[in-house]
Design a protein around this ligand. Structure first.
Ligand code: ADP
Ligand code: MG
Length: 222
């Protein structure tokens, strides 16, 4: 049983093909990197997995079930078990660390005692146990990125999509956060699809690297 499957997926914008007959299979708990230059369709591929973008042709399956087909989303984003982490964090500035992490749990109507337990688990995973009541503005950039990571992970998504989440960080912090992402993946066991145009990040994070070019996987690249 595969976690994510694309069958000859195409997506056009203004008559231009940005995803071109893309087929791929990602297994449960795999750690896959989509690597390639700007504009080659990496982010669009994540949007297709998440369900924010609908394919113009082909099929997308999650857990062997059709979630999208040509021109039609069959399962809405909120019901795909997918979490996303972006480059710009979009933490709520007026909320504490705890409230930021709890936000998605509330939306899922998880009971308060379980919410508290999960918030505690998440901050402990990234060493921020002393910062539950801090506001994002009081944290360093690295700490804020850690909050953004575990905020997404708190709802226990089965698939986690990361779109260049570390590209604004300095080199030392970038290297450190890579290790923490690997650790989180090992501890929590989600399927990770990680997008980057950095070869170093791709090598560090990808158990498998898919080389993207012009909306396709370039099987000759390495
Ligand atoms: P990457 O993430 O690899 O840099 P994208 O998937 O963001 O690439 O974009 C692939 C191509 O599709 C680019 O040429 C981009 O300009 C175009 N594109 C992406 N999203 C849209 C959109 N919503 N409307 C029009 N063109 C888009
Ligand atoms: Mg992109």
């Amino acid at each position: 049983m595969s976690m994510i499957e694309f069958r000859a997926v195409c997506k056009d914008y203004q008559g231009r093909r940005v995803i071109d007959t893309l087929s791929l299979t990602i297994e449960a708990k795999e750690r896959v990197v989509l690597f390639g230059p700007s504009g080659c369709g990496k982010s669009t591929t994540l949007q297709l997995i998440a369900g924010f973008v609908t394919p113009d042709a082909g099929d997308i399956l999650i857990d062997d079930e059709f979630v999208a087909t040509a021109g039609k989303n069959l399962r809405e984003p909120g019901r795909r078990g997918v979490g996303m982490v972006f480059q710009d964090l979009a933490l709520w500035p007026h909320m504490t660390v705890a409230e930021n992490i709890e936000f998605g749990l509330r939306a899922k109507k998880i009971a308060e005692s379980e919410r508290k337990r999960r918030v505690r688990e998440m901050v402990d995973l990234v060493g921020l146990g002393d910062y539950l009541n801090a506001k994002p503005g009081e944290l360093s950039g690295g700490q804020q990125q850690r909050v953004a990571l575990v905020r997404t992970l708190a709802v226990a998504p089965r698939i986690v999509l990361m779109d260049e989440p570390l590209s604004t960080l300095d080199e030392a912090l970038n290297v450190q956060l890579r290790q923490e992402i690997l650790q989180l993946h090992g501890d929590l066991g989600f399927t990770l699809v990680y997008v980057t145009h950095s070869r170093d990040e791709a090598t560090a994070l990808g158990a498998r690297i898919l080389y993207f070019r012009h909306g396709q996987i370039d099987s000759t690249a390495s």
